[in-house]
Design a protein around this ligand. Sequence first.
Ligand SMILES: C[S@@+](CC[C@H](N)C(=O)[O-])C[C@H]1O[C@@H](n2cnc3c(N)ncnc32)[C@H](O)[C@@H]1O
Length: 220
Amino acid sequence: MWGPEGLDEVEAELLGPPEDLKGKDVLEIGAGAAQCSRWLSAQGARPVALDISHRQLQHALRIGGAFPLVCADAGALPFADASFDLACSAYGALPFVADPVLVLREVRRVLRPGGRFVFSVTHPIRWAFPDEPGPEGLSVSASYFDRTPYVEQDDEGRAVYVEHHRTVGDRVRDVVAAGFRLVDLVEPQWPAWNTSEWGGWSPLRGNLIPGTAIFVCVRD
Ligand SMILES: C[S@@+](CC[C@H](N)C(=O)[O-])C[C@H]1O[C@@H](n2cnc3c(N)ncnc32)[C@H](O)[C@@H]1O
């Protein structure tokens, strides 16, 4: 699943036709509970699920799957050059790092020539709107161009949640600066079957403004 709209890889085929996934080495970045790796493994691929959070990987372990779980920072991947055929990330790591080019360079390094990296992030336009599912979430309240990160702090003033904003242009430049060729930018439309409301996500907003941006990159 690439994002809250519900676009899944069976429908999107952004990593290529499912039958071609068989036997492929795939790195999942910011895997969380490793849902994508579990699906990839069921297609006959050989996924490795990586996340910086030990707690998330404990959930992945509890749910199960016959693939390795790796606790590491996406900006310092513990793999040799050219170890993977494909890489993917559904909202993993990239929205949360101050230096996305570092992560993109690392992913490019561990991909074999011809390999693809497909990643989804919050669509940059969402930065300008309140994170509300109702009509209040439809009026611009902040500058799209303001790159100040969103930060939540604990009682001691330590940052416990940080999300970094990049404009669409920033994301394209990041991909190119890391040496990738951008082959597609997918903006999934909210489908009629999805009636769920969750956080700032809703059919009302989803029908009017994009919520997810999926970048399809190739390492030539
Ligand atoms: C929004 S969750 C997405 C999880 C999963 N991909 C999914 O679709 O449900 C973001 C994940 O990125 C991980 N993450 C954040 N920064 C990271 C980093 N620098 N390196 C690796 N993982 C990171 C978080 O721990 C979290 O599990």
